[in-house]
Design a protein around this ligand. Structure first.
Ligand code: CUA
Length: 450
């Protein structure tokens, strides 16, 4: 009798949980209502079977409970019953699978008038490419990828010149326009998913996959990576902002094109040397750093990293937090560099400077620090040499007091909290995994040995 009650309560509880649960689909924002319908059909069929089977089980347990005066009737075969059960099951399974096939046929059949855009995934970032006025994306190839060509554009393909290259993790799309999203990965498997659009597709290195959808309401939606792609998989987030046509056009007009990018001349180290005089007053003549001025060492840092930090200082992405005492000093300095050319010149000069070996200023246990460094090494390299592909700067040769302050700032969100600082945001999550001051000291003591 107890089991009968438990079974009935299980059925009632499951139904109530389904109807009253707050965990349900996010409100849809695309044309893929049919995907919700197929899921509903599956839920109704499996739900009906679940209720029917469990209630029948409860009935059978009650009706045929043990009674010494009765004997079980032995009936090993019942052709008629088996035919019925097989037929009903077949209909149920077909009813669950058939709608999915119909929707899938639409899902892979892109409308003729869809706009083509590209989403590029890499550990652990989303970047985007939109065609310019010609409506055509230029040719790309992994072998063209370089610090000044992160998308791997083919410089000889004129169709690519007006391509809009979005290096932030925020994509804008116009409402009510069907869009075909081409998916490309630079390194490992990723998966592009926007829950409100009900779309999800793998990015596979070496091939171009796609999804299509029509955004049906304005708003800001999360892009999630849904393929385990390494240590910072959980931090691989981006955003889609669905705009009205006018808002979309004004956003698009502000973005950088491939020809804008190519127009910036290569860095001139001689010109950069002149502007470095100002930097040298804090960072030292050889960019060796100066603890008394709270200025880190610059020599040995890669040009792409220095350029990004200068750009962040200029745009208030770094050094704008009220508690970032030294960052606030650096921001006006970065603003003395007039434009992208000036930034390239100075970074070209800094890369000519010889890195010096820093002196350690902290007490730590390098052997314990080595295990803390495992997660850092996934991006910054086993020898802390840095890794351009992951946009992780060189740490070896950097002074420990500076790294310690940065780790503190990341932990407290003084650095890396700005929404456009996507790499900084990853560092916030990483820095918070260090337990205490001693772990930081141990880690930095280990770094000093590299
Ligand atoms: Cu990319 Cu998970």
């Amino acid at each position: 009798m107890v089991i009968v009650v438990v079974l009935v309560l299980l059925v009632i509880g499951s139904l109530l949980f389904h109807w009253l649960s707050p965990w349900w689909f996010t409100p849809i924002a695309s044309n893929w209502g049919t995907i919700d319908t197929t899921i509903d059909i599956t839920l109704y069929i499996t739900g009906f079977v679940f209720v029917a089977v469990n209630l029948f089980l409860a009935y059978a347990i009650y009706r045929f409970r043990h009674d010494p005066s009765r004997r079980a009737h032995y009936e090993p075969e019942n052709k008629k019953l088996e035919t019925w059960l097989t037929a009903i099951t077949a209909v149920g399974v077909a009813a669950m699978l058939a709608p999915g096939l119909i929707v899938w046929a639409d899902f892979v059949d892109v409308p003729e008038d869809a706009d083509e855009i590209e989403v590029v995934g890499a550990q652990w970032q989303w970047n985007f490419r939109l065609p310019g006025a010609d409506g055509k994306l230029g040719e790309v190839d992994a072998r063209y990828i370089a610090p000044d060509n992160p998308f791997g554009m083919n410089a000889n393909d004129p169709a690519g010149n007006d391509d809009v290259l979005v290096s932030s993790n925020e994509l804008h799309l116009p409402i009510d326009r069907p869009v075909k999203v081409l998916l490309r990965s630079k390194d490992v498997l990723h998966d592009f998913a926007v829950p409100q659009f009900r779309v999800k597709m793998d990015l596979v290195p070496g091939m171009v996959t796609y999804v299509w959808f029509t955004p049906t309401r304005t708003g800001k939606f999360d892009i999630l990576c849904m393929e385990l792609c390494g240590i910072a998989h959980y931090a691989m987030r981006g955003y889609v902002v669905v705009d009205t046509a006018e808002d979309f056009d004004s956003w698009l007009a502000e973005q950088t094109t491939w020809s804008d990018m190519q127009a910036i001349p290569a860095g001139n180290a001689i010109a950069g040397k002149d502007s470095f005089a100002v930097c040298a007053s804090c960072h030292g003549q050889q960019g060796e750093g100066n603890v008394a001025m709270n200025a880190p060492s610059l020599a040995g840092l890669p040009d792409w990293y220095i350029a990004r930090q200068l750009d962040h200082y200029k745009r208030g992405i770094r050094g704008a937090h009220q508690d970032d005492v030294y960052g606030k000093q650096m921001a006006p300095m970065a603003n003395m560099l007039a434009d992208a050319t000036a930034v390239r010149n100075i970074t070209a000069y800094i890369t000519t400077l010889e890195a010096s070996v820093p002196t350690s200023t902290l007490d730590g246990d390098p052997s314990r620090g080595a295990s803390h460094y495992n997660s850092c090494g996934a991006c910054h390299g086993a020898q802390a040499q840095g890794n351009y592909a992951l946009q992780a700067p060189r740490l070896a040769g950097q002074e420990d007091w500076y790294l310690k302050r940065q780790l503190h700032n990341f932990r407290l969100g003084i650095r890396g909290a700005h929404k456009e600082d996507t790499y900084g945001h990853q560092m916030v999550l990483m820095a918070r995994s260090l337990q205490d001051d001693q772990s930081i000291n141990d880690l930095l003591a280990y770094l000093n040995t590299l």
